[in-house]
Design a protein around this ligand. Structure first.
Ligand code: FUL
Length: 461
């Protein structure tokens, strides 16, 4: 949280500052030298979002297919009760920061009245061909305070120029319509998928990237793009070791995952194929809790509404997650560290890892790459969830760490891990202790830890 301060520019009062925050609000820790590649501002902003909702919607919603072949009659698209505000409300109430909409899937059907194709909502009976799903979702997101992003499938099974150079013009024209007509776009999802029987078009991705940068400089390009990478599966499960650094690039991962087993588009399967709340919670721990963005799909039905059968587990998941993280038991604990950068407690002290501020962190001297942070919780406290965050604006550093708790004067490890990154969450068996240590065993450079959190998952069996 930034201090909101107003400087008075009166000649006799130069430098006088009035603050409306409590006086104990610490200042952000001063910058430290970057280590290796660091995130661009757009990547850093994206990583802070943590949870985004994916929305697959289109002709497949009406045919029950996952991959339409582009021969669909646009007349089948008729979501008579479509309410994008409901979608946005669902996303917001479940704690998601934005929505990424499939503006066009592999079937080539455009959810906006594109000038580039006839395979679009403009030839559907929905709103007599005058509807625009992209517009409705963009506006609903804006109203709900959510970010809005677009998925535009490069693979297009309807467009005749697909497979030729000319398709690049077609694709750039579609990108241009989407990136100029609907306000700020935070993410452009460039799906790498393509059927086994097809040769990919000669994609001029450099040109596409230039267009996105020019029209929406704050947008990240994901998957087949340079800013955010595919985690490698669609189970919502990142590896235990998860670097945002790949070679000499900052390239954080995203876990795109459907809330239904195996399917992205709505069809009426009965409840058996919908993931339960505890499975969604596990996905959260294995994606957000392993230094990844979570992009969780929830498909609207053929009426144009998200269905109760999808929403019930989502709500229960969100409530469990919020209950677990409601109270950080480490916040404000007495703290000390084996090393504090320049001995400057106010700027880099251990206490800054257990305050409530994202802008402050504990950091060590540059030549200290293993170090210990110790907390005294005042009295024995039970916890079974651990949260650790690095100050990734300066790079990702930690390679090995462990968390120890004290019992009868002896510290024992209850969790050990490799990478931390933006966020690391761990569920442990549960420990009751007064003293806790975070031991950074190996770090590529001086560790910079912005949060150590301890939580009690009361619902856990
Ligand atoms: C894949 C697509 O083929 C799926 O249909 C879905 O859109 C998923 C998110 O990406 O590559």
């Amino acid at each position: 949280m930034h201090e909101r301060c107003i400087s008075f520019a009166l000649p006799v009062l130069v430098g006088l500052v009035a603050c409306n925050e409590p006086v104990d609000t610490p200042r952000a820790s001063p910058p430290i030298p970057n280590f290796g590649p660091v995130p661009t501002p757009r990547q850093l902003a994206w990583q802070e979002l943590e949870q985004v909702m994916f929305v697959h919607f289109g002709v497949n919603t009406f045919t029950g297919k996952e991959w339409g072949d582009g021969t669909e009659d646009p007349k089948i698209f008729n979501p008579t009760r479509l309410d994008a505000r409901q979608w946005a409300r669902v996303a917001r109430e479940a704690g998601f920061a934005g929505i990424v909409l499939t503006a066009k899937h592999h079937d080539g059907f455009a959810l906006w009245p594109s000038r580039t194709t006839e395979h679009s909502v403009k030839n559907s009976p929905w709103k007599n061909g005058r509807g625009d799903v992209v517009k409705e979702v963009a506006e609903a997101c804006r109203e709900a305070g959510l970010k809005f992003g677009v998925y535009l499938s490069p693979w297009d099974r309807h467009e005749p120029t697909y497979g030729t150079e000319a398709y690049n013009d077609f694709y750039v024209n579609q990108l241009t319509e989407l990136l100029t007509g609907y306000g700020p776009i935070f993410e452009v999802w460039l799906d790498g998928a393509i059927g086994p029987d097809v040769k990919a078009s000669p994609y001029d991705t450099d040109r596409w990237y230039r267009v996105v940068r020019e029209l929406q400089p704050d947008a990240v390009m994901a998957i087949a793009g340079p800013d955010v990478r595919y985690v490698g599966n669609e189970n919502g499960e990142a590896g235990e070791t998860q670097w945002s650094v790949v070679g000499d690039r900052w390239y954080p991962s995203e876990c795109d995952v459907p809330n239904r087993f195996f399917t992205w588009f709505w069809s009426d399967p009965g409840e058996i194929l919908i993931k339960r709340a505890d499975q969604l919670l596990e996905i959260y721990f294995q994606s957000v809790g392993r230094n990844c963005g979570l992009l969780l799909n929830v498909p609207p039905n053929s009426d144009g509404l998200m269905s109760e059968q999808d929403l019930v587990p989502l709500r229960v998941f969100a409530a469990s997650r919020d209950r677990i993280f409601a109270r950080n038991l480490a916040q404000g604990a007495a703290s000390s560290a084996s090393n504090v950068r320049a001995g400057d407690e106010a700027s880099y002290g251990a206490a800054l890892a257990v305050d409530r501020h994202d802008e402050t962190f504990w950091a060590t001297d540059d030549d200290v790459v293993s170090a210990t942070l110790e907390l005294d919780l005042g009295s024995p406290v039970f916890f079974d969830v651990i949260e650790i965050e690095e100050a990734i604006a300066y790079g990702q550093r930690v390679e090995a760490y462990r968390v120890e708790v004290e019992t009868n004067g002896v510290f024992n490890a209850v969790h050990a891990g490799t990478t931390i990154g933006h966020k690391r969450l761990a569920r442990i068996e549960g420990a009751t202790t007064r003293r806790v240590r975070l031991v950074i065993e190996v770090s590529r450079a001086a560790p910079a830890i912005r949060r150590l959190g301890l939580y009690d998952d009361k619902e856990r069996p």
